[in-house]
Design a protein around this ligand. Structure first.
Ligand SMILES: [Zn+2]
Length: 385
């Protein structure tokens, strides 16, 4: 699979359906299971910052005593699931650094192998639940390949099963596990959405596994909080047909009209620079109100002064489309040492982040002769596969 067109076809999805689901990432009308009802809720305070818990010393014990019971309880055929997880899943350490945790299907007759390193952290427990679901889905689907979005939806449901189990049986561990879940949300519904948007807007960009995560994360949350879990066994068993279980249309129904409703920005008037500055400030604020995520946690006075300072220092940029309608803006800081700049703020219309970043890069590199680096970057990290 090389392009987003092939990716859409494999999953039986249309670009507009996917764009509709992406809009969910920026609205508050999505129902979220415990621990919260808001996607961008602040992460909970965790007493034990290093996430090192004595209860998580050994991987085999955590698998047997925490992960397997968390899964078994959700199925009607409990003894079959317990048998599969206990006798038909292999565990191995990763052979080299830089390889992300993953699960290997060696084909019919062989047990799937979970490859990950164990350091006794809460993150490792979440990762083990994620990979265990991949292994279980391989076994229940009789090794038939599941489309990646379906596969990752299974794995995210496994994480939610773990959260529920830990909440009830290991309450001391629960706050730290919730914190990990939110941390991963920042990635799956942040950088991975950028990767997905880039892929939809620019079909020539080659497929990246990241683009599977946003839909899978949102679908898993929606399915899990529907209450009943009677579909769980057949979903994990569904192999290539997994996508019919995902509530894509329900997720996409909240899609908003993403046509650019901004009026065209007037040409700058050298005689009235102050008017231009305030017009720019207004555009930035409107973009943040409509499409920003965290900007209005700031005090309005601080927000105003920060943007004003960027305008005075010429470290702000508003990207316009062909009709001079604003599509996004960014601000940056310049390093005195190496003449590089770091982007400190960027907001763009849905589906326009790639274009905004491209225009910004052109602007900075051609006019200032410096390199830009980004604080949010789809290739910065990979948590679990
Ligand atoms: Zn995965």
């Amino acid at each position: 699979m090389h392009t987003s067109v092939e990716w859409l076809a494999l999953h039986g999805l249309s670009a507009s359906q996917v764009q509709g689901v992406i809009c969910d990432c920026f609205t508050d009308n999505l129902e979220i299971p415990p621990p919260s009802h808001s996607l961008f809720h602040s992460r909970v305070a965790v007493a034990d910052q290093d996430h090192s818990m004595s209860a998580l010393k050994f991987q085999c014990e955590c698998y047997r005593d925490i992960v397997v019971p968390a899964f078994v309880v959700a199925f009607a055929n409990k003894s079959e699931i317990e048998h599969l997880l206990s006798k038909n899943v292999e565990h191995q350490s990763l052979s080299s650094r830089g390889v992300v945790p993953h699960t290997v299907d060696k084909g019919r007759g062989d047990p799937p192998t979970i490859l990950m390193n164990w350091n006794g952290r809460v993150e490792d427990l979440m990762c083990l639940a994620h990979e265990t679901t991949h292994a279980l889905q391989i076994l229940l689907s009789n090794h038939e390949t599941m489309p990646p979005v379906g596969r990752e939806t299974c794995a995210f449901i496994g994480e939610l099963l773990l959260l529920d189990h830990v909440k009830e049986h290991l309450p001391d561990l629960y706050p730290a596990l919730v914190d990990v879940w939110y941390g991963e949300n920042d990635f799956y519904l942040g950088s991975c959405v950028d990767a997905l948007e880039d892929s939809l807007n620019h079909p020539d960009i080659s497929y990246h596994y990241y683009q599977n995560y946003p839909l899978a994360r949102l679908a898993a949350m929606q399915m899990y909080c529907s209450g009943q879990k009677d579909w769980l066994f057949s979903f994990l068993s569904s192999g290539r047909d997994a996508m019919v279980y995902l509530p894509i249309d329900a997720l996409a129904k909240s899609a908003v009209d993403i046509r650019n409703s901004f009026p065209p920005l007037l040409q700058p008037d050298a005689a009235w620079p102050a008017v231009d500055a305030y017009r720019s400030l207004g555009v930035m604020a409107l973009l943040d109100i409509g499409y920003g995520q965290n900007e209005f946690r700031a005090n309005i006075g601080d927000y105003y002064l920060e943007l004003l300072k960027h305008l005075e220092n010429c470290t702000a940029f508003i990207a316009l489309d062909n009709e001079r309608k604003p599509v996004g803006y960014a601000t940056w800081m310049r390093s005195d040492v190496d003449n590089n700049v770091t982007i400190t703020r960027q907001t763009a219309l849905l589906g326009q982040r790639f274009n905004m970043r491209w225009a910004l890069k052109q602007y900075i590199s051609t006019s200032k002769g410096v390199k830009a680096s980004y604080t949010r970057n789809a290739s910065k990290e990979m948590l679990i596969w």
